[in-house]
Ligand binder design. Sequence first.
Ligand code: NAD
Ligand code: TYD
Length: 352
Amino acid sequence: MRRLLVTGGAGFIGSNFVRMMLSEHPDCFIVNLDKLTYAGNLENLAGPVRSETPEGTSNGAGFLDNPNHKFIKGDICDGALIEKIVEQYRIDTIINFAAESHVDRSISEPKIFIETNVTGTLTLLEVARDKKLERFIQISTDEVYGALGPQGKFTEETPLSPNSPYSASKAAADQLVAAFGHTWGVKYNITRCSNNYGPYQFPEKLIPLMTNNALDDKELPVYGDGLYVRDWLYVYDHCTAIWQVLQKAPPGEIYNIGGCNEKTNLEVIYLILKRLGKPKSLIKYVTDRPGHDRRYAIDASKIISGLNWRPSVSFEEGIEKTIDWYVQNQKWLANVVSGEYQKYYESMYGNR
Ligand code: NAD
Ligand code: TYD
């Protein structure tokens, strides 16, 4: 049985990963460590564990009463806690999802990004080194490569050239992971995925924010000309890629993950409006994000040929499933946008 410490498992991608693991890979035990920041939410771990696929082995049990899952509230910067967890639960692998993850927040308040994304990763690496763990998997992002012009794609050889405090903190963490491999022989992998979308994403990111606003007939704030390009991947497919890395990747390898779904922001927003039957007049062009990266695109051929991974959900199918999920889970949406979110929204969009 693999014994995993998953950090950030109450966030968007982490909770989807834990859900996939519990429903499809019952031979793994997971300690889920999460600080429960504004982005971490125990409601992401509520309800029965249901798989996205018919092969899933859902037994109707929940997360929190699942014998293969132990949730612990805590900070990845707390070395003593990490060490205790690793010893007590005989952890063999750390998968580090925990992060501050939103570019706009990193522009208004960069410091916490360095604390969590850099110091937190360092703290986990020290434990992985001292306890000689079998593997350390760092969940990184394509944003560490910087921005592309109209042509080309990021490969694993593309030099790191981050532009935002968020991507700079993620690139620093990646470099630390590689340095721990080089200096102390820590066995690691780094995954660099493109933009994810799907259920349980906090509505500060493009797709859930636009969906939530459109449902409320509120303006849709489009930065700049709306022609920025992102390469979208359905979150479940990101999770299956990480599973392939966990099972098969040789140590020291880095994998780009992406779905070959390049879309402009306006194309995505039009699809949301169409699905919800709302008018394009809701769109409002607002002041651009400073230093906004024009285009991201992933060359995923290494993970496709090397680990036999393929995305299973097309963008057209995934975006419909995602919008429908938000429509069907308006209670979840209403809960996460109550309180603190209103203040955030006002400060980010109030005078834009
Ligand atoms: P998220 O913001 O939804 O979740 C982050 C989680 O980390 C939250 O549950 C939060 O409570 C937790 N956390 C934050 N600080 C912590 C700390 N100090 N200690 C413990 N837990 C802490 O983020 P996400 O979108 O799920 O992203 C997960 C990972 O994937 C991140 O590392 C991100 O950089 C990476 N990534 C995200 C995307 C994307 O499109 N969302 C794409 C590629 C890579
Ligand atoms: P986001 O979801 O924040 O992801 P990232 O910046 O990490 O790629 O944004 C995706 C794209 O959508 C990006 O080009 C910025 C744009 N965007 C808007 O135009 N309006 C918004 O309100 C948000 C949140 C994003």
